[in-house]
Design a protein around this ligand. Structure first.
Ligand SMILES: NC(=O)c1ccc[n+]([C@@H]2O[C@H](COP(=O)([O-])OP(=O)(O)OC[C@H]3O[C@@H](n4cnc5c(N)ncnc54)[C@H](O)[C@@H]3O)[C@@H](O)[C@H]2O)c1
Length: 463
């Protein structure tokens, strides 16, 4: 290590950004639009070629305009050599959970660090460089893996010669561009004042004035990010359990109950509503990681484990309603894990299609996003029929499942024949329809379903 001299802290004028995925590309473009020269790096050469050609690789509201506005200050590259001349770097690459290992892998972050450090080492004269990790990491990763790796690769000391900050993202796909600019708060994890000051100055450039900034240690910020998602899942599972309870009671309207509870500020209405099980790229794996983290210190996590159990029970409840009419063909509407995105990773629709296919029920599917339909075709092949309109999808189906709350499904009652059933876990279908089952919301239908289950003991086998 070089001697104990304080490094000169540069004003950040130019950054390198590693990982131009669904989150990284919008974030890099926001920094470029804030007048920072931005070297946007991704190892995916095809993606870089598309970006250089002016194409927008992901369907994300506002991304096309943002990329156009960022264009004068953003340069796309498939390798990191140019990071040599930058003042700070942000790393937002995948942190996958590998099979059987709920702890997220940091291998892509480590590779980005190696690429960055190789570029920085080429400098003849060292100057301070801020390194921001923005990927979701397993709590403890920065201290145990990333900081030692950077110190070793650079031969310099963190907190003195270079800064490290952990700035996790709280945005949701389909709302990424707005979410990055108008977060509820900004969480900055750092273990020294200069890293915090530099990271705060950097992110203040892109967030709305007045956005609260919370300064935590890196370790606490890592834990806070995962804990936030586990808490959201807890609220979702609580709402879904109310639906399960209302369904059994046969006389409750869970939307009214949730609206009443939401009036209590100690509870709050956000995420307290019933629908499909939670899914997607982050929530299920964050709950698994949280349970694994607790186990790593010999602690059970009964609350988080129960959240998973309730989520599974929500699948069972929806499946039970679907099969109650012994359908030969089911239409599944909404393949992406939430409206406004085409991402189908961890999609509840896929799990339900799998369950139906296992029972030899024919499945017709529809999603407004062509990418989502293609992913379904790739996953299920001839076991499903993909349709390009709602009307075509529901035409031959005995039952229709509303798998996400896309506003396009609100008018479904007019498109489905009266002798067919519509299973709506979200309560989003407007109007009336003789076969509409708003799970946990409709006293009369819930009661009749209960009665039909009592009449047909064979259906109990389905539960
Ligand atoms: N997607 C979400 O909703 C969401 C929300 C909050 C946090 N996160 C976290 O953000 C991180 C990124 O998620 P994402 O959805 O943007 O991922 P993504 O898979 O869409 O994109 C990641 C990109 O990183 C690139 N990459 C991989 N290794 C690289 C390297 N060494 N150098 C440069 N580029 C590299 C990949 O080619 C890819 O384009 C993850 O840790 C995730 O957990 C995601």
């Amino acid at each position: 290590m070089p001697p104990e001299t304080r490094s000169f802290y540069p004003v950040i004028d130019c950054i390198s950004f590693f990982g131009l995925g669904k989150l990284g590309l919008p974030l890099a473009a926001l920094f470029a639009r804030s007048e920072l020269r931005t070297l946007a790096i991704d190892i995916d050469r095809e993606l870089v070629a598309r970006l250089r050609a002016g194409q927008v690789p992901y369907p994300e509201p506002g991304l096309d305009d943002l990329l156009a506005e960022a264009e004068p200050r953003i340069t796309y590259a498939s390798e990191a050599r140019g990071a040599f001349g930058t003042d700070a770097s942000i790393i937002l690459v995948p942190t996958p959970s590998d099979a059987g290992h709920p702890e997220f892998s940091s291998r892509h972050i480590e590779q980005a660090c190696r690429d960055l450090c190789a570029a920085l080492k080429a400098r003849t004269e060292w100057r301070y460089h801020l390194i921001v990790i923005s990927s979701t990491v397993f709590p403890g990763t920065v201290a145990t893996r990333i900081a030692p790796l950077l110190e070793q690769l650079l031969g310099r000391r963190a907190g003195r010669d270079f800064g490290i900050a952990y700035v996790p993202d709280f945005v949701a796909l389909g709302d990424v561009v707005r979410g990055f600019q108008e977060p509820q708060f900004l969480l900055i994890g750092s273990d020294d004042e200069e890293s915090h000051a530099q990271a705060a100055a950097l992110f203040r450039r892109i967030v709305a004035p007045g956005t609260p900034i919370q300064h935590l240690s890196i370790r606490d910020a890592e834990l806070a990010k995962v804990a936030a998602n586990v808490f959201l899942c807890t609220k979702i599972s609580f709402g879904n359990f109310l639906a399960q309870l209302a369904d059994r009671l046969g006389g409750a309207d869970l939307d009214s109950i949730a609206s009443a509870l939401a009036l209590d500020p100690r509870i709050g209405g956000g995420f307290l509503r019933a629908g499909s099980p939670y899914g997607g790229t982050c929530l299920p794996r964050d709950v698994d990681a949280f349970v694994a983290l607790a186990r790593s210190v010999d602690l059970d996590a009964p609350l988080a484990s129960a959240v998973r159990d309730v989520n599974k029970a929500q699948y069972d409840l929806i499946e039970r309603h679907l099969l109650a009419g012994n359908p030969r063909c089911v239409a599944v509407l909404g393949l992406s894990f939430k409206p406004g995105t085409s991402v189908t990773i961890g999609s509840p629709a896929f799990e339900l299609v799998r369950r139906l296919a296992q029972r030899s029920v024919r499945v017709a599917v529809y999603d407004p996003a062509a990418d989502a339909r293609e992913s379904a075709h790739a996953a299920f092949g001839d076991a499903i029929t993909c349709h390009e309109s709602i009307t075509a999808c529901v035409a031959a189906a005995d039952a229709v499942l509303v798998c996400n709350s896309d506003p396009a499904f609100r008018g479904l009652a007019a498109k489905v024949a009266p002798d067919r059933r519509i299973i709506d876990p979200w309560g989003c279908v407007l109007g009336t329809h003789p076969g509409l089952v708003r799970i946990g919301r409709d006293q009369a239908l819930a009661a009749s379903l209960l009665a039909s289950r009592r009449r047909k003991p064979s259906l109990r086998a389905v539960r």
